[in-house]
Design a protein around this ligand. Sequence first.
Ligand code: BG6
Length: 490
Amino acid sequence: MPRMPDAPAVLVIFGASGDLTQRKLVPALFSLHCAGLLPEKLEIVGVARSPLTDEEFRRRMLEGARAYARLSPGQCARWEEFAPRLHYRHLDYEADESYQALRAWLEELARKQDVGAEHARRLFYLATPPALYVPIIRHLGAAGLSHSEAGWTRIVVEKPFGHDLASARALNAELHHYFAEEQIYRIDHYLGKETVQNLLVFRFANTIFEPLWNRTYIDHVQITVAESIGVGHRAGYYDQAGVLRDMFQNHLMQLLTLTTMEPAAAFDAKCLRDEKAKVLRAVRPVDARRDSVRGQYWGYREESGIAPASRTATYGALRLYIDNWRWRDVPFFLRSGKRLAQKTSEILIRFKAVPHLMFELMEGRSLPANSLVICIQPDEGFHLHFEVKVPGAGMLTKSVNMEYHYAAEGIVLPDAYERLLLDALQGDASLFARADEIERSWELIDPIVAAWDADEVPLYFYEPGSWGPAEAEALLAESGRRWSLGCQGG
Ligand code: BG6
């Protein structure tokens, strides 16, 4: 990761007493600090309702760094040097005076950094519950904190970005009232994952795959994002959201987009996001009754905070199509769920079968088509499955697997938040979602949510630790295909 120029800047995290700050944001900032990638003059200000002192805040953050940082304080003895960069300010999210006080305090901090108010460089990070986004945005605007005359002001918005198209549009409108689109960084942490970015390098820095990357050679594509954990302590949020809003609208749609987009002219925010938005526009609206399966794991309703008769889906599978020259009629199968057999995220490209086979097959064997598997997590890498000759007499074939995994080189990949925080500080929005991408993906997801809510699609129950409802198999089986995993077997 390139180091950013060392101009003084301030990162203000709203929701600093929450989970995300302790588990993800500060551990990522500490790892960047340890790796020498965080600008020396960056101050980090946590802001929330709880009345904490700087010392209390730092202690909490140290616990978070110990438990979750890639480079934990055990491995990197630089906490004492990092801790003074952390500050805490108590704030009433709904009160004007609180923002005036914050502004005065930030100006004071800027003076200590030797920066005049007009040169302030500020990154606001919304890590609060989403209901607070609008009040914070409005108050920042009203307090004159949404722009900087000669420096810069940016705002990072966490997911969920709206809970449907109408609310996403309203949130975009609210943001655009105070901030220009270039100032807005809508986070999807999947875009910060190394192998997700590598998907672009793999496709567009090689000549050998791209000519095959189309309807002529690809039979179908599977995208699996499976989790072994349940809803945990996020029951209140999850029971309202469900898997379509929680995982499909953002992470799975982003993976689909990067797998299917056309090459961009350059790796920059505009070119990249233009191509992503273009392919999203070509996704055919899903016929939920025919092309979706929804499931809920047994025991979900008994979990604390879940409505006893909840019909929220913890599993979803979709078949969808992209109506353009490259992908017409190629089915894309997407699935995601909680309490599944293992945690794995992967994209499987299944190529077409050879048109005519001149070799004999071993008895009982049908010739598997080639496949390429992109392993996103937990063991990031690539697998290519192809046929070779069985040694000896005759011309029998067997499948082999050629693979590359980062871990084999001893590489520990940075956490997604490390990359994304640094990009936002550097003003690079390439790996953040633009307003039109978000709105289009809600436009695609909303009708499926509506069909599920209206019970037009049956709710199937599945055993925790399984691969979801058996009915999800039928989605592929009816065309002679089946779900497969290529990264860890299964
Ligand atoms: C979040 C979802 O966006 O992604 C969670 O809200 C989910 O429900 C998480 O567990 C999965 O992220 P990762 O990086 O562990 O695959």
